[in-house]
Design a protein around this ligand. Structure first.
Ligand code: GH3
Ligand code: MG
Ligand code: MG
Ligand code: MG
Length: 312
């Protein structure tokens, strides 16, 4: 059976709904050698809707950073193993975390000492005992700014999907994580058909409308764990997880058919648009590069065979 295509307006409304409902909580990492203190600050931030992870042993920070990927780090200045300054210095040495907001939390009230602690380039200094509302607002402000910045760097502004560089990184990560587990992955390269003609005939804005519509269809019909990226101008790279090549073919071919039925309008003219896709299965390849190349080759063949089709 095939699912009916969703009208564009409904898709747009759903998109907005999802955006508001599923706004990811801010992720805060607390580094403090005293579990009680960390727990207290944790509760304050969690009460404000944030997701908090605690580390009581500074040497574990880099590991946790990689897995938890926080928007901001709260660091205790005095810990027996190392000082907050030393830890901030270490975090700053990792290129990825150069922009990570770090706030010191300490009972130190001496202005001179606070100032010297901040020289490693931390964003602020909060004195203990904290005023809960003050902690929440200074953390939220900086973490949200980090979120926005990260979004700007990793997402495509038109569609909100991962940009070219991030798509490859995220797919590399997923493939690295699943390692030798039995999970199968399917790589999809998808490219709009005769898109140059769409632009030429109906204008660039109409072309943009098609790109946004396709990205919405992908976001709504694929799973949250699937990776969707805008890989080139009108080319999308997708990594489907926990799926066989047969299931993936069914899924993408249904999307192809549904998408081809969407009627776009410029106000004066109406038109439709199609895409072609190439699929490759992780079961047959061992590296991400091979997976991409095989999907690309399958896409090329789909184009050669006449477009508006999915090819494995
Ligand atoms: P094919 O079926 O072989 O893929 O043909 P095509 O016309 O889709 O492919 P081609 O690579 O010749 O043209 C791609 C076009 O996509 C050209 C470019 O203007 C358009 N494009 C790329 N990025 C954007 C964008 O962000 N917005 C719009 N409106 N057009 C874009
Ligand atoms: Mg301490
Ligand atoms: Mg094209
Ligand atoms: Mg192309």
């Amino acid at each position: 059976f095939t699912k009916p295509a969703r009208p564009l307006e409904l898709a747009a409304a759903l998109d907005d709904l999802l955006k508001n409902k599923l706004v990811e909580p801010l992720r805060i990492l607390i580094v403090d050698d005293e579990p009680d203190v960390a727990q207290y600050h944790s509760l304050i931030l969690e009460d404000a809707g944030m997701l908090v992870e605690q580390v009581h042993e500074p040497s574990l920070v880099l590991d946790v950073l990689r897995n938890f990927s926080p928007d901001l780090i709260l660091v205790d200045v005095y810990m027996p193993q190392c000082t907050g300054q030393e830890l901030a210095g270490i975090i700053r040495m990792v290129p990825e975390y150069l922009g990570m907001p770090i706030i010191y939390l300490s009972s130190e009230t001496d202005r001179e000492k606070q100032f010297s602690a901040m020289r490693v380039g931390v964003e602020g200094f909060i004195t203990k005992p904290v005023v809960p509302s003050e902690l929440v607002s200074s953390v939220a402000l900086r973490a949200e700014r980090m979120r926005a910045l990260r979004r700007l760097m990793t997402r495509d502004s038109l569609t909100g999907l991962f940009n070219h560089g991030t798509t490859k990184d995220v797919i590399d990560n997923v493939v690295g994580q699943i390692g030798r587990t039995k999970e199968n992955l399917v790589m999809v390269m998808l490219d709009l058909d005769y898109f140059k003609k769409v632009n030429d005939k109906h204008g660039h804005l109409a072309g943009d409308q098609v790109l946004v519509a396709l990205s919405r269809v992908l976001k709504h019909r694929l799973r949250g764990t699937d990776v969707i990226g805008r890989y080139g101008g009108e080319e999308f790279a997708i990594l489907l997880r926990k799926i066989s090549i047969e299931q993936a073919y069914e899924l993408i071919d249904t999307l192809r058919e549904d998408f081809s039925k969407i009627v776009f309008s410029t106000g004066t003219e109406q038109f439709t648009c199609t895409f072609s896709a190439g699929l490759s299965s992780y079961a047959h390849y061992s590296t991400v590069e091979e997976l991409f190349a095989a999907a690309d080759k399958a896409l090329y063949q789909a184009k050669m065979d006449g477009r508006n089709r999915v090819n494995v």
